[in-house]
Design a protein around this ligand. Structure first.
Ligand code: SF4
Length: 351
């Protein structure tokens, strides 16, 4: 039974909800400040970080844990990557400049936080959203839409802009006054940086570059291309993961090549699961390349010439390439494509 907004819980014979909140924490400054403010207002706070599989930035989880430690907030890390794929594949509210489905993403995350809120016996969810900070997902209508579509309504609280937004559950309960929330608005980060010093937020990830790889132009191009080839419904977690690595080329409607750009990517490509050719260079330093899809002799040779362009083989000198698939190895001798070969540009998906 829900208590009416103006009716005290004890008059209904119900225990008062716990003064406890779940705070979504991304590793950024705003979400850490929102959690910190909630704690300073006397609430018990549990931090929640959701790993979508599309996050960028090294050590994001470590950052959230360090913030939790500094603020005296326990943090839960939750892998939601399987469920999140559906959000990326079929956003209801469109995408941003890249393939980023920001509104659906926010709704999904807040809904997840709502589930954790129930599990934790908490009463509301806190996010670091700031009114007017991001054009697509943080204007007033968008914030209201997320509250409505997530099902949380007034139990979704944005403490950094709380004074500028509608009433919240903690206010209705008489736990806080309207003035306890902040009135931060817009893109400037000045006030947040001052508060970070004042409240002792030790580390935070930088907003530059964005919080997820779906914002990136090159990744978005690769994803669009793959959707054209396979159709969005058949894309797997591995398909999305492979789009993170290497230079991508399209050799035919059903044939792609991915060429590693450095040792880290080469290692990742070598261990990539699935049925494809793995190209390598036994005689000279060179990249690892995967050839995926329908691969005949002609495509394999073209892929080897292309990959050889990124090896240390001299221009025009034939080089040996090993192509492995299903435990079988094929040896090819190819002349590396010239650096100014127009095919390089034409075949590149993510240029
Ligand atoms: S940028 Fe990525 S992680 Fe951030 S809200 Fe948009 S889709 Fe979600």
């Amino acid at each position: 039974m829900e208590a009416a907004a103006d009716q005290p819980y004890h008059s209904l014979g119900m225990a008062e909800p716990q003064r406890k909140a779940v705070a979504l924490m991304s590793g950024g400054l705003d979400s850490a400040l929102a959690a910190a403010l909630t704690k300073r207002l006397g609430f018990e706070v549990v931090g929640l970080n959701l790993a979508t599989g599309f996050c960028t930035g090294q050590g994001r989880c470590d950052t959230v844990l360090a913030q939790g430690l500094a603020l005296g907030i326990p943090v839960r890390l939750l892998d939601v990557s399987e469920e999140y794929l559906e959000v990326v594949k079929h956003p209801r509210f469109g995408r941003g400049q890249g393939m980023n489905p920001c509104l659906d993403c926010r709704i999904f995350m807040v809904r997840k936080a709502g589930e954790v809120m129930e599990e934790e016996g908490a009463s509301f969810v806190v996010t670091g959203e700031v009114l007017g900070q991001r054009p697509m997902s943080q204007h007033r209508e968008a914030l209201e839409l997320v509250a409505r579509e997530s099902g949380l309504g007034e139990k979704l609280v944005r403490p950094l802009s709380g004074r500028l937004l509608g009433p919240t559950f903690p206010e209705r309960m008489g736990w806080v006054r309207r003035e306890d929330w902040l009135d931060i608005e817009g893109r400037s980060r000045k006030r947040q940086l001052e508060l970070a010093k004042e409240w002792g937020i030790p580390v935070f990830t930088q907003p530059a570059g964005g919080c997820c790889i779906l914002l990136e132009r090159a990744y978005s191009k690769r994803l669009k291309d793959l959707i054209r080839e396979k159709g969005v419904d058949s894309l797997t977690k591995d398909d999305f993961a492979l789009l993170r690595y290497g230079r991508h080329f399209r050799l035919g409607p059903r044939t792609r090549v991915v060429v590693g750009r450095d040792e880290v990517e080469n290692t990742a490509l070598l261990s990539f699961p699935g049925d494809h050719y793995v190209l390598s260079f036994p005689d000279v330093p060179g990249p690892v390349a995967l050839v995926l899809g329908e691969v005949g002799e002609e495509e394999l040779r073209l892929a080897a010439e292309l990959a050889a362009r990124y090896s240390d083989a001299q221009d025009q000198a034939p080089v040996r390439v090993l192509a492995q698939r299903d435990g079988k190895t094929t040896e090819l001798w190819v002349v590396p494509m010239a650096k100014d070969d127009p095919r390089l540009r034409k075949l590149r998906i993510d240029r």
